[in-house]
Design a protein around this ligand. Structure first.
Ligand SMILES: [Fe+2]
Length: 216
């Protein structure tokens, strides 16, 4: 039986992310555009009513992406990296998250909808409702390419596990855990997981209602 994430556990994970973003902002080591976006995300999260929850949207989806995450420990080890506090809040609940994948099928990647997914905790159709900010987790199976896509929302990723090759615009480079990556509105981006699955937290601001789309 698949357990569903409790509202309390969801709030602990969201709080860990908010605290990590606040710490990164306070440390003043991020690029100005990333710092400005982190400040925006935090300010918008302050406007979310976390006392109201849509429990149905928290229900575990039983998505097969969890089989891609079997190499990850479900019990956190000693904290070694600053992002480990965030990872520790999510690890015990990876099997219980409301994972989903909503792109149209692709002939060149028939199994992609089983090997990657995202679980949104804050957003327009998330357990904690917001029309201005999204917060969630993206999982990509080992070796899988999340093909080039774009969306009007501004996106910030925080890598939690796995070093993927990230393409943002014309630039491709590996980003290890702890990296913050900013995708400006409508920039084309792609990620290719390495030998390990990629697990990364994301935040969206701006137009959070328009879905991401693959490039044709
Ligand atoms: Fe994106």
């Amino acid at each position: 039986m698949t357990m569903t994430l409790s509202p309390q556990a969801a709030l602990v994970a969201i709080d860990a992310l908010r605290r990590h973003f606040a710490q990164r902002l306070a440390a003043r080591r991020e690029r100005p555009e990333i710092a400005a976006e982190l400040a925006k995300v935090l300010a918008l999260l302050d406007t979310v009513d976390f006392s109201r929850i849509d429990a149905e949207r928290l229900e575990a989806s039983g998505h097969p992406v969890v089989t891609q995450l079997q190499a990850l420990p479900r019990v956190p080890s000693a904290l070694a990296r600053p992002t480990d506090a965030v990872l520790a809040a999510f690890l015990p609940h990876l099997d219980a998250l409301p994972w989903r994948y909503s792109y149209a099928p692709r002939a060149d990647a028939p199994d992609i909808g089983h090997r990657m997914a995202w679980a949104e905790l804050v957003g327009p159709i998330a357990p904690f409702k917001s029309d201005e900010v999204c917060l969630g987790l993206t999982a990509i199976g080992p070796g899988l390419l999340y093909p080039a896509h774009r969306h009007p929302a501004v996106e910030t990723y925080l890598v939690l596990h796995g070093t993927a090759r990230w393409t943002t615009g014309q630039t491709t480079c590996p980003h290890p855990p702890g990296t913050l990556i900013l995708h400006p509105s409508n920039i084309v981006h792609a990620m290719e997981a390495g030998d390990e699955p990629l697990l990364a937290a994301y935040a969206w601001t701006g137009d959070v209602h328009t879905l991401s789309e693959y490039l044709s």
